[in-house]
Design a protein around this ligand. Structure first.
Ligand code: ZN
Ligand code: FE
Length: 251
């Protein structure tokens, strides 16, 4: 039972993903149609399902052109501002894809109604603009505690879960992460690897949850060592997350 997961660069710095299992293909987000249609065509696949994470145009603008009979899934909470859904989903729902379970997680914060898709059999999560490589999405619609709660749910997945996020922001995220933990050896090593990958034109997405836990400042807000660095030892985890997110917003 093997999966093939293809990363498709779109627009300036977005990623879409193709999940292929058995003879089925799902597309996660559709920033634009052309590069996705080409990636599908080259492999001789057809898009059977489209899984939308959230309503922003850089994740849905290609849906209308690509759907052509595909089952389009997305958050019920966002149905009023998503392309027409064939399957409206909420937190804790699951559905079958080529004989494999796909679990839906509400990860609101960046937007209300942002969902992630988790495939235990593939050890893969599709997190778009919630948990990102070395970062997290800006909190536009939700609250800081809500975003912290969403990230905490993702952080509790198995450590070898592969995190497929929506943007190539990792190098800039690394510069910010260093301002929080300038001496974190795992972070320093990861930043060198990121620089090398980018210099070589390689994507830094997806990443593994265990490397995010070791280096991503937004997942580390609850750690005593991080609280100490910020002089926030007596503050709640969510308050420390909020402080780190605020600093990033003006970085
Ligand atoms: Zn977004
Ligand atoms: Fe986005």
């Amino acid at each position: 039972m093997s999966f093939e997961i293809v990363t498709v660069p779109c627009l300036k710095d977005n990623y879409a993903f193709l999940v292929h299992a058995g003879d089925r293909t799902a597309l996660v987000d559709a920033p634009e149609a052309a590069p996705i249609a080409e990636a599908v065509r080259r492999r001789g696949w057809t898009i059977d399902e489209i899984w939308i994470t959230h309503h922003h145009g850089d994740h849905i603008d290609g849906v209308a052109e690509l759907r052509q009979g595909a089952i389009v899934r997305g958050a019920a909470a966002d149905a009023h501002r998503l392309p027409p859904l064939d399957s409206a989903l909420g937190d804790g729902d699951s559905f079958d894809f080529a004989g494999h379970e796909v679990r839906v997680m509400d990860v609101s914060g960046h937007t209300i109604g942002h969902i992630a898709y988790y495939l235990p059999d593939a050890k893969a999560a599709f997190t778009a603009d919630s948990l990102m490589a070395l970062g997290c999405g800006r909190v536009f619609e939700g609250t800081f505690p809500q975003m912290w709660d969403s990230l905490s749910k993702l952080a509790a997945l198995p450590e070898d879960t592969i995190i497929h996020s929506g943007h190539e922001y990792t190098e800039a995220n690394g510069r910010f992460a260093l301002t929080i933990e300038p001496e974190n050896p795992a972070l320093l090593a990861r930043i060198e690897a990121i620089k090398a990958a980018r210099a070589d034109g390689q994507p830094t997405v997806p990443s593994r949850l265990d490397e995010e836990l070791a280096t991503n400042p937004f997942l580390r807000a609850g750690l005593a060592e991080v609280k100490m660095l910020l002089n926030m030892s007596d503050e709640s985890d969510a308050a420390v997350f909020a402080e780190i997110r605020r600093r990033k917003d003006s970085f």
